[in-house]
Design a protein around this ligand. Sequence first.
Ligand SMILES: [Zn+2]
Length: 136
Amino acid sequence: MKYWQPMHELSICQALLGEVSAVARAEHASSVTDVYVSIGPLSGVEGPLMRNAFPVAAAGTVASDAALHLQQAPVRVRCEGCGAETEVAVNRLICGRCNNWRTQLISGDELLLQRVVLRTDAAGRGQQCVKPAAAI
Ligand SMILES: [Zn+2]
């Protein structure tokens, strides 16, 4: 299993770069300088492996010099008893208000492209920040 893990992150990075390239094309950017991604702790995606895979997937794309910024997303559940939405620990998905264990996960298992910073002219002067907020 462990052997295949980096391949998993590589294919995720390739999907991520597909999104990033589409944003860059739509904004007529010359290059991408920063990519901000939020990782849910339950997404099964390993941050360090993402960091390793990103430059490999980015080589030869408009984002080949981009820096990858990873942010940990909170885990939130909705209680089936009292209806409260609370932030919880990864290993303890119970209602933060009434301790009910019957909850539904509402966030924490997603991978989101949050922000892309683009260079908008060839001289690298103009910078633009785009917020696609796309799930990968
Ligand atoms: Zn509750």
